[in-house]
Design a binder for this molecule. Structure first.
Ligand SMILES: Nc1ncnc2c1ncn2[C@@H]1O[C@H](COP(=O)(O)OP(=O)(O)OP(=O)(O)O)[C@@H](O)[C@H]1O
Length: 332
């Protein structure tokens, strides 16, 4: 196959990985990752610091090679087809490096010059429209050292948008920004997505992913804990049932019989959770848990003395804390 011809397969995912793994010595930074990013989605790649997000992105962009597994970007294998794929992928990976004493326009023109596929004749128009796209036309002639962090980040996005892109890959695009800069960048990402561009965005902020993403995957220590639409992930939130009873072992028996997992709890208390789903989470949710009223009826029918009963739905936030298993940063 000629890799310079991009086989833009109808219905193909924007990104698909299978068993993607990267080891540094004995440590697996990314471990057997199978990810599907649908075209047109705004896909949040969510995980605590050090969970392997940047390493994954670097493999997707052909910047490092995987130890095992495969990655396809826009329907073509990476890194083999990098030459055909990368011109259609805009990336913001490390904080963009600009010349501080050159203007926004001059910086973008320099970057555009470095792109062998970008005709010089149309450079001015390209730079102008990229700046307009990110709302920086008014500051086009200003030197970059006078830009705020948010403006610099938007200039980074403008650089990623100099030529038409099918996919944008953004690594923690709001990291280090103040609230105003964060708002600017998030609203820009939303507007890019409205134009149909697939956006793959890594973040350690649940609130950010909830605000701008249609889909998400949750990574923990290099492993995929769940992926799906935000609604699917919410649907996979597991209600927690708490039974106060002197008959704890009988109650636990009834809950187990209904397919619930028993969680350690204090004396006189039995806590049941619907059984955990497979590691790919929302894409194969477990069977629907029994309704709380059915659980109470079963307890009573079995002769369990119920002194108290509580059913608590877990929020997406609790669900993500549960999946990532650590002090997950949900702010932002
Ligand atoms: N070049 C490298 N050599 C050795 N270990 C590495 C290298 N790059 C990353 N790692 C390790 O791999 C793990 C995942 O790092 P990675 O940067 O991909 O995580 P991340 O989720 O992007 O986190 P952060 O948001 O902090 O960048 C970490 O334990 C990190 O120390």
């Amino acid at each position: 196959m000629d890799d310079s011809v991009v086989g833009d397969g109808e219905g193909a995912a924007a990104i698909r990985t299978h068993g993607l793994t990267k080891r540094f010595g004995a440590h697996a930074a990314v471990d057997d990752l199978s990810l599907t990013v649908p075209r047109g989605s705004v896909f949040g790649f969510l995980g605590p610091n050090g969970s392997g997000k940047t390493t994954t992105i670097r493999m997707l962009l052909g910047l490092v090679s995987p130890t095992a597994g495969q990655a396809e970007v826009l329907g073509l294998p990476m890194p083999r087809a990098a030459r055909g794929v990368l011109p259609r992928v805009g990336a913001l990976v490390e904080g963009p490096a600009f010349y501080p004493f050159l203007s926004g326009t001059a910086n973008l023109a320099r970057l555009d010059t470095a792109d062998p596929l970008a005709p010089a004749r149309t450079r001015r128009a390209r730079v102008g429209s990229a700046l307009e796209r990110v709302g920086l036309s008014h500051a086009a002639g200003k030197k970059v050292h006078a830009y705020s962090l948010g403006m610099k980040q938007r200039l980074g996005l403008a650089a990623a948008l100099l030529s038409p892109r099918s996919l944008l890959v953004l690594d923690e695009p709001t990291n280090g920004l103040d609230p105003q800069g964060t708002r600017e960048v998030r609203s820009l990402i939303r507007s890019l997505a409205d134009d149909g561009t697939t956006v793959f965005i890594s973040s350690h902020l649940l609130a950010e992913v909830e605000q701008i993403c249609s889909h998400a995957a949750v990574l923990r220590s290099g492993r995929l804990m769940a992926q799906g639409t935000l609604d699917e992930l919410r649907g996979a939130a597991r209600p927690r049932l708490e039974v106060l009873t002197p008959d704890t072992s009988e109650a636990a028996e009834v809950l187990r019989g209904l397919g619930l997992e028993i969680e350690p709890a204090g004396p006189g208390t039995v806590v049941g959770l619907p059984a955990a789903e497979a590691a790919d989470g929302a894409s194969s949710p477990a069977a629907a848990p029994a309704a709380p009223e059915a659980v109470v009826a079963a307890l009573v029918a079995a002769g369990v003395r119920v002194r108290g009963f509580r059913a608590e739905a877990t929020t997406l936030e609790e669900r993500f804390v549960e999946l990532t298993g650590e002090g997950f940063d949900v702010g932002g």
